[in-house]
Design a binder for this molecule. Structure first.
Ligand SMILES: Nc1ncnc2c1ncn2[C@@H]1O[C@H](COP(=O)(O)OP(=O)(O)OP(=O)(O)O)[C@@H](O)[C@H]1O
Length: 864
């Protein structure tokens, strides 16, 4: 598993739960995976097909999401496609049926309407799992209910014994139960991880939908985007989208709108440009919500309160999926809270309507809370925060926790007394507007008609704004001094406010003048107070900004390294353009950071960096290395910097030892390796050491050293090549000889295809280097990798190529294994060359024993 992880995904270690889940899927178990956004759920269904060589069918709700995933997988050398209305390639269905894809995405509609014969053909070829992504869509209690998801259980008949895997980032207990029953998951392996996204800064601010406010916001966004990275702004209406976009463009931000009223062509183009970093900001309605799978979004802004806390978590979770610092700002206006009836208008059942209204209430509570945002979110999803009350929790990375002075408590007894009295006066028959208007001294008709203008509290709260009082009322509601009751009239739901028991006892004690009521001011109250003092609401300025350069500095990057990082980002952009892919699909920014720090001078070193896949090295290794070399020289940075950013390949659990393998070699071989590698003796000296009873052949020594190297012992290949005199030209000829022979079975046959001057040592060294995935050193010239699958055919005029990508219809290197070894058998078997004379594919084989043994002993040694 670790080998496949490194090979295709470039990572050295699994994230929490991934390995357990994959193991359970391989055992055929149904799984329910509830893990935070960006935690790496996709890996759980993307890896089993690579291990079992059977297609994984993935149900996904949005075409755009599927397209992103397919693009990303293809960039990793994984054969993926989607079936859905936007698919223009008519051959995909039949190719899918013939088991051609590792991962096949389908919309739920397509999955449920596909014919039995489609499923039986696919099943016949092998199906490793059926994954239901965004599984919360099955539940009416989920924030994104999709009726067609409820029919997915019918696929059970088509795919008997295939493990079903439901995945979601947002599932409350109720939703989880719905998922289990709707998909008829049985004997389920359930994983629920923390919902925390520690790299995201959460903040909330009030908003007024005026052009002046939008302009201020746009200036803030402009400041942010100059830091780099993408920004996503969610609006609740098309009007907001248009207005915000217009203002952003006016101040010079590269922004485009995205909503359902735009043509699908325009939307696709915007989506494409955003993914490819050709567009900095997208302003979208939530239609863009789940459909965006870009890991390097640095900030998400909600312009208006979201419909629910689930959707807020999901949408805000779109930023920082690469684990780097990101920010999520939510701007709300009080009128957003009054949209419940509008949202619930289409609800088919009473329960659904209640669910929609409750969901909005939870989002409202989040907006107005003075407590830690993170703690509020985590608790909402049922996660314990270590037994600490959220009011006392300090995550240090949200607005409330960072507010100057923290959550300072103030004695709010006086305004509490006034508000509770006004509410009591209204007799529980009104919403919050009435008592607030009374306090503010309104003489509106309904106030006069009800005689509230004659009551003692009428007008005593004038000095504070209506919004301040409402924000304060939210505090009293949250603390249990007030209570709300929902009433439905003419199909509309209203919230009536009254004094709760706690409020009654406060009122009684306050009459005696003893009461104190210590509460923190919420951000909204602070904003209102500032507004009244003429300062206007404060926009997020120095805090909560995702600055990658600051982050790099905190990681110990010096200025030159940050510059190199930026050059590498630019190089990545160019590579992405050339491959028509999104830059993040080439490699993540975290990987770029590691490359900028490690500054590998060759492909072997590049490969050792965590996050660098075999595919990345094959496709873009040489360009990356030349960028590193050129700019390191320009910036006066040394190459091959080693520190913790470089991770050893899997199984390298002996950090300081030169040996990185569990496999044993004989003492004589290890001794020869030690003398050569560690003591610096030459091959001829080792062969003729005076204390040997009898000299041994140099070829034997070479065989010993190569054997150690192929088993993972460190080797200075550059020196070795010099000593055995293997040059780039020679390597090219050996390569062609192998192609002509068409097999690696006989070293002798290969030698006979070569001029006399070639030794067995040359051939063995060449093969061993390739099996270790090492490039020829510089002075010998790097071995070029052919990155275009379609030009894999050999031409005599072409520069000889080393491992060639499989063509689109071929299995990926691992999949093409001809020796059909078990996955374990592949662990130590690097890429090898096989194939006929005009097509070359890579297969992964055990290294034939003769690579490391003198030819004379070949017949005695069984292929490992
Ligand atoms: N083992 C790993 N080591 C390092 N990075 C990983 C690992 N597994 C996944 N990732 C990276 O984490 C990021 C998020 O992964 P992924 O898209 O699978 O998250 P997710 O849980 O499906 O998120 P969402 O719910 O938002 O769709 C990706 O960039 C992915 O490559």
């Amino acid at each position: 598993m670790e080998t496949i992880l490194k090979e295709f995904f470039g990572y050295s270690t699994f994230r929490p739960f991934q390995k357990e889940i994959i193991t359970q899927i391989l055992k055929g178990k149904d799984c329910l995976v509830v893990m935070a956004t960006g935690s790496g759920k996709s890996m759980c269904y993307q890896m089993p097909p690579l291990i079992t060589k059977k297609t994984a069918v993935v149900i996904s709700p949005l075409i755009s999401l599927m397209q992103d995933q397919v693009m990303g997988l293809k960039q990793r050398g994984i054969r993926a496609e989607f079936i859905g209305s936007a698919q223009t390639d008519l051959s995909v269905c039949s190719r899918a049926e013939s088991g051609e894809f590792d991962v096949l995405y389908m919309t739920p509609e397509k999955a449920c309407t596909s014919s039995s014969s489609f499923w039986s053909s696919l099943l016949h070829k092998g199906v490793s799992l059926l994954a239901v992504d965004e599984a919360h869509c099955v539940s009416e209690w989920g924030h994104d209910f999709r009726p067609e998801y409820q029919k997915l259980d019918t696929l059970r008949h088509h795919l008997p014994k295939v493990p079903f895997v439901a995945l979601t980032a947002t599932a409350t207990h109720k939703v989880r139960e719905d998922i289990l029953s709707s998909l008829t998951l049985q004997d389920v392996f359930t994983t629920v991880s923390s919902f925390d996204r520690p790299n995201i800064y959460y903040g909330v601010k009030t908003l007024n939908r005026t052009s002046a406010f939008r302009e201020e916001l746009a200036q803030e966004v402009l400041k942010d985007v100059t830091e780099g990275g993408s920004t996503l702004i969610y609006c609740t209406t098309v009007k907001d989208v248009e207005e915000v976009t217009k203002t952003l463009v006016k101040v010079g931000v590269d922004a485009r709108p995205y909503h359902a009223q735009l043509s699908s062509k325009l939307r696709t183009e915007t989506h494409r440009a955003f993914l490819r970093d050709e567009l900095q900001v997208v302003v979208a309605t939530v239609a863009f919500g789940m459909g965006i799978d870009k890991p390097d979004i640095r900030r998400v802004i909600h312009y208006g309160c979201p419909k629910s806390l689930e959707s807020y978590y999901q949408e805000s979770g779109r930023c920082g999926r690469d684990g780097l610092p990101a920010t999520s700002w939510l701007y709300f206006a009080r009128q957003d809270f009054a949209k419940g009836n509008f949202y619930a208008a289409g609800a088919m059942s009473f329960e659904r309507k209640q669910a929609i209204l409750d969901a909005l209430s939870s989002a409202q509570k989040y907006c107005v809370s003075p407590e830690c945002r993170r703690a509020t979110l985590l608790q909402y999803f049922g996660e314990s925060i270590g037994g600490v009350a959220s009011g006392n929790w300090n995550c240090g990375n949200c607005d409330n926790c960072q507010r100057r002075g923290g959550l300072q408590l103030l004695n709010m007894a006086e305004p509490a007394h006034l508000l509770l009295t006004a509410v009591k006066l209204c007799g529980g028959k009104w919403g919050l507007n009435m008592p607030v208007d009374v306090l503010r001294g309104s003489n509106a008709k309904k106030i006069v008609e009800n005689g509230f203008d004659k009551c003692p509290v009428h007008g005593v709260g004038r000095s504070r704004s209506s919004l301040w009082w409402k924000a304060f009322a939210d505090q009293l509601l949250a603390e249990g001094y007030l209570k709300e009751q929902r009433k439905t009239y003419m199909n509309n739901s209203f919230r009536l406010v009254s004094v709760a028991e706690r409020g009654e006892s406060f009122l009684s004690s306050s009459l005696s003048g003893e009461a104190s009521l210590m509460l923190p001011l919420s951000q909204e109250m602070v904003d209102e107070e500032q507004k009244q003092s003429g300062l206007g609401p404060e926009l997020p300025s120095d805090k909560g900004h995702a600055s990658i350069s600051k982050h790099l500095q905190s990681l110990g990057f010096i200025e030159a390294e940050i510059k190199l990082y930026n050059h590498l980002l630019e190089a990545r952009l160019n590579l992405a353009k050339k491959s028509s892919a999104a830059p993040y699909a080439i490699c993540s920014e975290t990987v770029i950071q590691k490359i900028a720090k490690a500054r590998p001078s060759n492909e072997a070193r590049l490969r050792m960096i965590d996050g660098v896949s075999q595919w990345l090295v094959l496709q873009h290794g040489s360009e990356i290395i030349s960028t590193v070399k050129d700019f390191s020289a320009e910036l006066d940075l040394s190459l091959d910097f080693t520190e913790s950013t470089i991770q050893r390949p899997p199984k390298s659990d002996q950090p300081s030892s030169a040996r990185k393998t569990d496999q044993k070699v004989t003492p004589a071989k290890e001794e020869a390796w030690k003398m050569w590698q560690q003591q610096g003796l030459s091959i001829s000296v080792i062969a003729t050491l005076p204390d040997r009873p009898k000299p041994i052949k140099e070829e034997t020594v070479i065989g010993y050293i190569i054997e150690c190297a192929t088993l993972g012992y460190e080797l200075n290949w550059e020196r070795f090549c010099q000593e055995v005199k293997l040059t780039k030209a020679k390597a090219g000829e050996i390569r062609m000889a192998i192609e002509d022979v068409g097999s690696l079975e006989s070293l002798k046959a290969i030698k006979e295809h070569l001029p006399e001057s070639f030794s067995y040592a040359d051939i063995r060294t060449y093969l061993a280097m390739e099996s270790c995935g090492v490039s020829l050193p510089d002075e010998v010239g790097p071995l070029k990798m052919n990155s275009d699958p379609n030009t894999a055919a050999r031409s005599s005029t072409q520069e000889p190529n080393l491992p060639v990508q499989p063509s689109g219809t071929d299995r990926s290197p691992l999949m093409n294994s001809e020796d059909e070894g078990t996955p374990d058998a592949l662990l130590t078997t690097p890429a090898y060359i096989s194939g006929g004379s005009d097509r070359i594919t890579i297969s992964r084989r055990k290294v034939p024993a003769w690579v490391v043994q003198p030819e004379s002993k070949k017949s005695k040694v069984k292929d490992a």
